[in-house]
Design a protein around this ligand. Structure first.
Ligand code: NAD
Length: 250
């Protein structure tokens, strides 16, 4: 028996083959969920959905910064499946800039995908969740929000991911009476395309020295925590943030 048997889940930004979204979609499907992979490119989203075990998965083009596109994707899933139980707001981008290097366009791009996209995609499903009196939302924040910096992000990324934490708590408070739970994940240094090839050996050694567990996280390390927050195992958790960082904040 899977933890998500009979559940329908949407995961945004899940077409990247080595990404956290794809690993999460895979783990959800292995636990019995039917999954929709949303990403910028329809063909890539469909290819990623075709990799998942089980039947009924779909891949859809959806730019999460476009409110109408979020609504169209949510509606398409409800129409096809009859219900959506879980939303993982995973789509995100980083820009490794310092404070004075951030131009208005940089700020807009990073906050639009990470923060505005999380709001828009969740808004698209709230009426449906409210109607069914159930729903689990998992938002991807970051250790960059908690410690004010990261190697890859940049201050605007830290700010956007801190915004995701605030949004998570506010949405959790407002939606709790409707039976909808909203939680956040704060991954640390995870080996994905966002981090691949961006570190010299020296930088890598210095990053690992700050991680008590002494290794980078894997996409599956994060997916396991997303599974916990999406499933009934976390039925009394809302507005929480789960750290997935090998002890980086101890
Ligand atoms: P990734 O780059 O591998 O995947 C991100 C995906 O988001 C890509 O498939 C991309 O096409 C998609 N995307 C980008 N803009 C989009 C948009 N406007 N609409 C829809 N999809 C869009 O990244 P990842 O490492 O798997 O990260 C996933 C999430 O986890 C992100 O929110 C990221 O900020 C967060 N995170 C990652 C790490 C890490 O170390 N990898 C750490 C902390 C937080």
């Amino acid at each position: 028996m899977g933890l998500l048997d009979g559940k329908f889940a949407i995961v945004t930004g899940a077409a990247s083959p080595r990404g956290l979204g794809k690993a999460t979609a895979m783990m959800f499907a292995e636990h019995g969920a039917t999954v929709a992979i949303l990403d910028l490119d329809a063909a890539q989203a469909q290819a990623a959905a075709a990799d998942l075990p089980g039947e009924g998965h779909i891949g859809l083009a959806c730019n999460v910064t476009d409110k109408a596109a979020c609504q169209a994707a949510a509606d398409a899933c409800v129409e096809k499946w009859g219900a959506v139980d879980i939303l993982v707001n995973n789509a995100g981008i980083t820009q490794p800039l310092k404070i004075m290097e951030i131009e208005p366009g940089n700020y807009d791009a990073v906050t639009d995908v990470n923060l505005r996209g999380t709001l828009y995609m969740t808004q698209a499903l709230i009426p449906h969740f409210r109607e069914r009196k159930t729903g689990a939302v998992v938002n991807l924040s970051s250790v960059s929000a908690q410690r004010g910096g990261g190697i890859f992000g940049g201050p605007h990324y830290s700010a956007a991911k801190a915004g995701v934490l605030g949004l998570t708590k506010a949405m959790a408070r407002e939606l709790a009476p409707d039976g909808v739970r909203v939680n956040a994940l704060c991954p640390g240094f995870i080996a994905t395309d966002i981090t691949a090839g961006k570190l010299t050996e020296e930088m890598r050694a210095s990053v690992l020295a700050g991680i008590p567990m002494g290794r980078a996280g894997t996409a599956e390390d994060v997916a396991g925590c997303a599974l916990f927050l999406a499933s009934d195992l976390s039925s009394y958790c809302t507005g929480t943030e789960v750290d997935v960082n090998g002890g980086s904040l101890i």
